[in-house]
Design a protein around this ligand. Structure first.
Ligand code: NAG
Ligand code: NAG
Ligand code: NAG
Length: 444
């Protein structure tokens, strides 16, 4: 792990956007949709910073000083967390015509403060000073996120003591374990005022231990009827190549081999997207880019006007190419021993879905694994209408939720279930409530 960086002096340069900066832009960016704070958080190397947008809790159930904070990290590698903000779980979504914003009834900032950071450097509005500054591995990314987080927590004296949760999706299945473990490793070495009060991590449809996950595509497609037995064998051969190259630590070739598995599967199934077996069209995210590249939107968010916002950065993808097949399972194991972990997947995802997650989870080195695998899987229904939301299984530090009616972007597909899930898991209520006061099981 990279050593803690001396960011304490840098926090004084943190930029936040005054609300008045949005004057004149309110038609495009309604005032009520503005972040509570947004702008840039300095990180090493000198002159670099990560873009953030923060939305305070709108209806907290807790006193302000104990209202949780949750950081959301997008996947990719190199996709902007503003996709999460404006398409999946933020308080306002970009309208399909890209003209303005409309409220999201299932926003994740109802019960707790919600922070989005564009990371790694080079992603979204976080322009890299030079291409050489784009991270190529998880330890640099984790150090950058911690530095940005310390800058953020210093913006308001009340932030520091609030319970903090780290969450993300897809390739954030790497960032969340790497960053979470880094935080818990360096916390004891930091003065009290710079520690992060990490209380749990959540990963949606994550890529965490790719060597096990890449071997599951043939099975999951075959057993859902999307390919036949001969195609299954063909895919298994491609998967075996990816596994062998990973074991040989030929990282770039291994990453290419995984790409061949996915593109062959795409070709065989004719699906619009492997991210959701039920969709006739890919996720319609284009309006987000059209909106965020409007000068009024950049000004309202305090983003640099000279940075063209891309949903996913090819430069970051290229810089991280050799990281794709590397595992962060050891970091996930270390988190299971030290904090709470939620793994959730939309059931319709063919890239990083339920089978893929269970494949790496089955081999995890954690004393609670046996009890977890033996635990009941409860049917989970939404509170208001009693509709099927999915399935929840938990034991000890680990909770696993399968989300019904959702593909890879769970909050975009099933907002109601996703909101109930994250709120209940953070607050240890509903299906994630403590039973018998031991904190060890889900409520049935
Ligand atoms: C940081 O930016 C300033 C102003 O643009 C420049 O003068 C300085 O050389 C930069 N420092 C580094 C380390 O790049
Ligand atoms: C990660 O990248 C940095 C910067 O290139 C390098 O110094 C460091 O050794 C790398 N760490 C690992 C674990 O590969
Ligand atoms: C799959 O690939 C083959 C050969 O490259 C091509 O002819 C075919 O049209 C592709 N099918 C689909 C559904 O993309």
């Amino acid at each position: 792990m990279a050593p803690a960086s001396p960011v304490v002096v840098l926090v004084f340069f943190a930029v936040t956007v005054p609300l008045s900066a949005a004057a004149g832009a309110t038609l495009v960016f309604p005032k009520e949709a503005l972040p509570t704070k947004s702008g840039y958080l300095p990180i090493p190397p000198a002159n670099a910073s990560l873009f953030f947008a923060f939305y305070e809790a709108t209806q907290p159930l807790t006193a302000p000083a104990s209202t949780p904070l949750l950081l959301w990290l997008q996947g990719g590698p190199g996709c902007s967390s503003l996709l999460g903000n404006f398409f999946e779980l933020g308080p306002y979504f970009v309208t399909p015509d890209a003209e303005t914003l409309s409220p999201n009834p299932f926003a994740w900032n109802r019960r707790f403060g919600l922070l989005f950071i564009d990371s790694p450097l080079g992603t979204g509005f976080s322009a890299a000073p030079s291409p050489a500054d784009i991270p190529t591995n998880q330890s640099v990314i984790a150090a950058h996120i911690l530095a940005a987080l310390q800058s953020f927590l210093a913006l308001d004296p009340s932030f520091h003591a609030r319970p903090f949760f780290l969450a993300g999706e897809s390739y954030a299945g790497k960032y969340v374990p790497a960053t979470g473990a880094h935080i818990l490793d360096v916390n004891p070495t930091l003065p009290e005022a710079r520690r992060v009060n990490l209380r749990g991590v959540a990963i949606g449809n994550g890529l965490t231990h790719p060597v096990a996950q890449v071997a599951t595509h043939a099975d999951s497609a075959y057993f859902t009827g999307l390919i036949n037995a001969r195609q299954k064998r063909e895919l298994e051969e491609l998967q075996a190549e990816a596994v062998a190259l990973t074991r040989a630590e030929r990282w770039r070739e291994a990453s290419d081999a995984r790409g061949r598995v996915l593109s062959r599967l795409q070709n065989m199934t004719g699906l619009a997207t492997l991210y959701d077996a039920a969709k006739q069209r890919p996720y319609q995210t284009e309006p987000v880019a059209a909106f965020l590249n409007r000068a009024e939107a950049k000004a309202a968010l305090g983003a640099r006007g000279d940075v063209a916002w891309e949903e996913c950065s090819d430069a970051v993808g290229a810089a991280m190419h050799a990281d794709v097949m590397r595992s962060v399972r050891p970091e996930a194991e270390s988190l299971l021993r030290r904090t709470r972990v939620l793994l959730y997947q939309g059931v319709r995802d063919l890239r990083d879905g339920v089978v893929s997650t269970e494949a790496w989870l089955g081999g995890v080195g954690w004393h609670g694994l046996h009890a977890f695998l033996d635990a009941d899987r409860a049917v989970w229904r939404t509170r208001g209408d009693g509709e099927l939301a999915g399935y929840v299984q938990c034991s000890g530090a680990l909770s696993h939720a399968v989300v019904y009616g959702a593909g890879h972007l769970v909050p975009a597909d099933n907002g109601r279930a996703a909101q109930e899930m994250i709120e209940d898991w953070v607050l240890q209520a509903g299906p994630f409530g403590r039973r018998g006061g031991d904190g060890l099981r889900c409520a049935a």
